[in-house]
Design a protein around this ligand. Structure first.
Ligand code: E4P
Length: 219
């Protein structure tokens, strides 16, 4: 499963990219607003940090303006992935852009039928929002299971990008189901590394090692 980070904060992206485990970045208009940065500038900077796809979202609601915005965004870098909303105009834009070889992430997906439409429109990624689904009394992970089943039934190549991830169990469940990608805030990705028994184990090993009086030569 690929790991994308869901942020426009440069320091967090750099820190995670240095682990060698980061496969891409997703942003949205709210995350750009939170960063306080110029959209084009910050997107360009992010594209220079990671080699993988960097999602940048259009804000127009009609197909023609979405296409013009996408034209500007795809000139930023080769790894820009145009993010469009799951609407009729968004999917028309998706079909056109992917037909031209541009990566497209169809966002704000809340039903398996919407995901089916995104795949038929040739989306590179579809982003079902599991956290917001849970918030509204639905089971976000059931949505991922349904989409996986449908995509496998027809061998669709659209990648399931689990979005609106709120905690590590969303990540675990995504991997169990066989989602292709998950995008999560930096804090969730960092907490995946942690386990109390890992810390306790290191502490015990180091205490015993100190008793040996030895050190490992480093040069
Ligand atoms: C995905 O691409 C979205 O940017 C994101 O996951 C939305 O998450 P939220 O529901 O926490 O805002």
């Amino acid at each position: 499963m690929k790991f994308f980070v869901d942020t426009a904060e440069i320091a967090d992206i750099k820190e995670l990219a240095e682990t060698g485990l980061l496969d891409g970045v997703t942003t949205n208009p709210s995350l750009i607003a939170k960063s306080g940065r110029d959209f084009i500038e910050v997107t360009k900077e992010i594209c220079g940090i990671v080699d993988g796809p960097v999602s940048a979202e259009v804000v127009a609601l009609d197909h023609e303006t979405m296409m013009r915005e996408a034209e500007t965004l795809r000139k930023i870098a080769d790894n820009v992935c145009i993010k469009v909303p799951l609407t009729i105009d968004g999917l028309k834009t998706c079909k056109k852009l992917t037909g031209d070889g541009t990566m497209v992430n169809v966002t704000l997906c809340f039903s398996a039928n919407q995901a089916l439409l995104a795949a038929k429109a040739g989306a590179t990624f579809v982003s079902p929002f599991v956290g917001r689904h849970d918030d509204n009394g639905f089971d976000g992970m059931d949505l991922i299971r349904d989409i996986r089943l449908i995509y496998d039934n027809y061998a669709f190549e659209t990648e399931i990008l689990v979005a609106s991830v709120r905690h590590v169990v969303h990540v675990l469940e995504s991997a169990r189901i066989g989602a292709d990608v998950m995008t999560a805030p930096p804090s969730v990705i960092k907490s995946l590394f942690k386990h109390v028994l890992t810390d306790k184990g290191i502490e015990g090993f180091l205490a015993d090692w100190a008793k040996t009086g030895q050190s490992i030569p480093t040069e």
